[in-house]
Design a protein around this ligand. Structure first.
Ligand code: TXA
Ligand code: MG
Length: 309
């Protein structure tokens, strides 16, 4: 069982970074923003530290974690890069793209990170707070989204606090995350997008894995981003008892984007779901979002949020 913590939220800065790096060095985990969502970071080479992530999240141990590194050279020490991987990294890192690659023979990544898979998911983040923590610790950092397992990904420090209060020591607060949805995951060997994200399949010139066969990204489990309340998709108006999340011309109690801007909608998505969950209404309805561009990632998260366990 996880020890109880007094969870502190510290504004981003030198003092907060020093405390966060010390917490990581002693094998703890720290919530830190990335350009996508807040992550719960620990030393990826320390299996006890990684176990602490699983414990804090209550995450099933078969679900592997993404390793964050400071640069491409650090990534090459963890995973085997072929020409396709090199090209993707050169084009998109630092940024919200996660590459699934074969583990390097002498990879220092703890096997708990990969949940025993022969591959590792790895990315170079673009956010100053995560970059500074990587720099200060000098460690590769495993970091899933900083929410209790099965919950909505956090895009603000307050979301992390609501989900993990008492389960972690420290939250680095550097404001809302810019992209608002998790990184795009690409299986490089298969040339497939496993999880749509801020960098679209079109941007990458790749197809998206349609999840019916074996689960290659366990995060593709159908119910993964679920709010506590039932959620109805493609709604054009609220039914009694529903909190309505609009988009474009469809208005409601809240909106993903009044102008129908998909970038704004992605950035606001999880915040809107958090607020819907916290409202006095028993159910949630969401307006239709077009499937093009970032709409693919938004609809992917909405469909998962609508699945009941
Ligand atoms: O934007 C993001 O990716 C955020 C920030 C914190 O970086 N992290 C994030 O992590 O979303 P998480 O743990 O919530 O999602 C990681 C996903 C899961 O779906 C997991 O199953 C998949 O990556 N994954 C990890 N390692 C994998 C591997 N070796 N093969 C296939 N999928 C993998
Ligand atoms: Mg997650």
């Amino acid at each position: 069982p996880n020890p109880p913590f007094v969870t502190r939220t510290l504004p981003y800065g030198d003092a907060a970074l020093a405390e966060a790096a010390a917490e990581i060095a002693r094998g703890g985990c720290v919530a830190v923003p990335t350009e996508t969502v807040y992550g719960l970071a620990a030393d990826a080479t320390d299996s006890r530290a990684v176990a602490g992530i699983y414990a804090a999240k209550g995450r099933p141990s078969f679900n592997p974690l993404i390793v964050h590194v400071i640069d491409l050279a650090a990534a090459r020490a963890m995973a085997r890069f072929d020409a396709a991987a090199e090209a993707l990294a050169a084009r998109w890192w630092p940024g919200p793209l996660t590459l699934v690659l074969p583990l390097a023979d002498d990879s220092p990544v703890a096997s708990l990170v990969t949940a025993g898979l022969p591959t590792v998911a790895i990315r170079v983040p673009a956010h100053r707070a995560m970059q500074a923590l990587l720099e200060a610790t000098g460690r590769p950092l495993a970091a899933p989204s900083a929410n209790a397992s099965g919950g909505i990904s956090p895009t603000r420090a307050a979301h992390v606090a609501a989900s993990l209060d008492g389960r972690i020591a420290l939250i680095l607060d550097d404001g809302p995350t810019p992209a608002g949805i998790e990184s795009t995951i690409v299986d490089v060997a298969q040339g497939l997008v496993l999880r749509p994200g801020p960098i679209t399949a079109d941007d990458l010139g790749l197809a998206t894995h349609e999840g019916s066969g074996p689960i290659t990204a366990p995060g593709q489990l159908a119910s993964h981003y679920a709010p506590a309340k039932p959620l109805r998709l493609d709604a054009t108006s609220a039914r009694p008892g529903e909190w309505m999340i609009g988009f474009g011309d469809v208005s409601g109690d809240d909106t993903l984007s009044p102008t129908g801007d998909l970038v704004e909608a992605a950035a606001r998505l999880f915040d809107a779901l958090h607020r819907a969950d916290a409202s006095d209404r028993a159910a949630i309805a969401v307006a239709p979002v077009p499937q093009h561009g970032l709409g693919e990632a938004i609809n992917d998260r909405l469909r998962r949020a609508a699945v009941r366990d």
